[in-house]
Write a protein that binds this ligand. Structure first.
Ligand code: SAH
Length: 222
């Protein structure tokens, strides 16, 4: 299904994702239409596939970005606070910002400085992006995402863009009650998307969704 969504423009890619049922809601569609993938993907920006962006990182495939937005959508309301761990290209950080704007905030965290810089540079390619950076609506920070980012906590939604080796407790601790975490977790040689809800009473519920292939959440390179 995925490759069939590729397009010749940002608009056709997003329309194809919607037509193929990979984008379900109008809010996600509108937010993805507002962010030109060409500002974030170095080549073949409108292909529905992951691509290398340097530093052993990849920009995830558009259908995975769509799936993350759909899964977190209840917690991506105007005014929500979001943490995007392993922000890489900054693409999904920008889409989240459109979903929670203009008063919500998104922090993208990376453990490699050139990728923090890449997020900033890519965002600054559009007027909208520059406005979001200037206002503090979007911020990219450097740190080990396995520990979340305490300075900005608690969050309505946390997205993890790399596969965790375990269920890091810091991430659920930094969720609001209610709040939701979207995280790929490695189990042996396989990886699965987990959606983890913290309910209003503080109880935590894990739901295992589907198998995926992400780059791992690791120690920073020396
Ligand atoms: N959401 C990004 C995905 C980038 S790939 C995008 O679609 O563009 C995963 C990213 O996780 C890489 O950029 C990698 O540098 C980052 N990463 C890996 N381990 C990390 C860690 N411990 N802390 C923060 N970022 C990490």
């Amino acid at each position: 299904m995925a490759w069939r969504s590729s397009g010749s423009s940002n608009e056709s890619l997003i329309n194809n994702l919607a037509r193929n049922g990979l984008i379900e809601s109008n809010r996600v569609k509108e937010a993805m239409l507002k962010v030109d993938r060409a500002h974030f993907a170095p080549y073949s920006a409108y292909e529905d596939s992951p691509q290398p962006i340097g530093h052993a990182a990849t920009i995830s495939a558009p259908h995975m970005h769509a799936s993350a937005c759909e899964s977190l959508l209840t917690y991506l309301q105007p005014g929500s606070k979001v943490l995007d761990i392993g922000s890489g290209s900054g693409y999904l950080t920008a889409v989240f910002a459109n979903l929670v704007g203009p008063i919500g905030t998104v922090i993208g965290i990376e453990h490699i400085q050139p990728l923090v810089d890449m997020g900033n540079t890519n965002m600054a390619k559009s007027e909208d992006g520059r406005r979001m950076l200037d206002s503090g609506q979007v911020q990219f920070v450097k740190g080990d995402g396995r520990k979340g980012w305490l300075e900005g906590a608690p969050y309505d939604a946390i997205h993890v863009g790399a596969a965790a080796a375990e269920h890091h407790k810091e991430l659920t601790e930094q969720l609001k009650a209610p709040g939701r975490l979207f995280v790929p977790v490695a189990e042996g040689y396989l990886q699965y998307i987990y959606v983890i809800d913290k309910d209003a009473d503080g109880s935590v519920h894990r739901k295992k969704l589907y198998g995926v292939q992400y780059v791992p959440l690791t120690d920073a390179p020396k």
